[in-house]
Design a protein around this ligand. Structure first.
Ligand SMILES: *[C@@H]1O[C@H](CO)[C@@H](O)[C@H](O)[C@H]1NC(C)=O
Length: 272
């Protein structure tokens, strides 16, 4: 929180009420009153700690906007700035491109195999405070390794599925995301309706399958089997991950390298 407040004050030198309004489009209130469908953000209002900025943010990206950033996929260049994790909703590769520097590192979170993100994002395990830089909402999500035990068996190893799952959603069932073309993808592996049809329509319907660990991992396993011979993707985690990201030809397409590199940066996935 300290870092963010310092940055914000430095940029505009505004009063706190204005910071809340201008950066987040919110109103300063006591957190004992409900924020009616919105949520409170600390560090944007004067006074006691329980006086916070109530924001009705339909996109959920207000923490990124608060450091003058834009949420986008990390495969796009962040011209003039750097990507910050944990300030955008959606999958882990959707991050905040901002010119503002947030100093420090998140290595303490990484040491416990966690990922720094907004504590309002779903986390299959639990949040630990004090291990991440940035605002106090930004906490260390340590995924529940139990859920990895329930992956559907097949050609993709459990470890590889675990890494794809962490990259796509923090290995959480509830995250949904809509791409540029309006196609919605949901759940552990960010499965969309087209992918679900291609994987043979396991389960009841695409969305409930996407949110079920067994069904969604079965869908990924099936998907990797389809077109396997024609596309000749390597039977490595790299081949599967890049195909998951870029479709049947994804393992041969340079456009999937940023995805693969990001996956390898996840703690425990370096040598997958
Ligand atoms: C590689 O991927 C990009 C982005 O998805 C796509 O536009 C392009 O057609 C692909 N190239 C090949 C050779 O498949």
């Amino acid at each position: 929180m300290l870092v963010m407040v310092t940055v914000v004050v430095f940029i505009l030198n505004e009063t706190s009420a204005d910071r809340c309004k201008d950066f987040l489009g919110g109103v300063c209130r006591d957190t004992s009153t409900p924020c009616d469908g919105g949520r409170y953000h600390a560090g944007f209002c004067d006074g006691q700690a329980n006086r916070q900025c109530c924001v009705h943010d339909t996109t959920g990206d207000s923490e990124c906007k608060a450091i003058l950033g834009v949420c986008q996929d990390i495969s796009s260049p962040c011209t003039g700035g750097i990507y910050h994790e944990g300030l955008c909703t959606g999958p882990v590769h959707r991050q905040c491109c901002s010119r503002v520097k947030v100093t420090g590192t998140d290595h303490r979170c990484k040491e416990v195999s966690g990922v720094c993100q907004s504590k309002f994002n779903p986390c299959s395990g639990g949040y630990i405070t004090g291990l991440c830089t940035g605002p106090s909402d930004r906490q260390c999500c340590v995924p529940d390794t139990e859920s990895e035990l329930h992956f559907f068996p097949g050609r993709v190893s459990r470890d590889c599925l675990g890494c794809i799952c962490k990259l796509e959603s923090g290995c959480s069932p509830t995250v949904c995301n809509t791409n540029d073309m309006g196609l919605e993808s949901c759940g552990y592996f960010q499965i969309n309706p087209i992918y679900w049809i291609d994987c043979g329509k396991p389960g009841k319907d695409w969305k409930s399958c996407a949110r079920d660990i067994q069904c969604s991992s079965q869908c990924v396993q099936n998907y990797m089997t389809r077109n396997a011979r024609e596309q000749r993707c390597s039977g490595t985690c790299e081949g599967y991950a890049r195909k998951h990201n870029g479709g049947p030809g994804g393992c041969k397409n340079d456009s999937t390298f940023p995805y693969w590199n990001k996956l390898k940066s996840i703690p425990g996935c370096e040598n997958i």
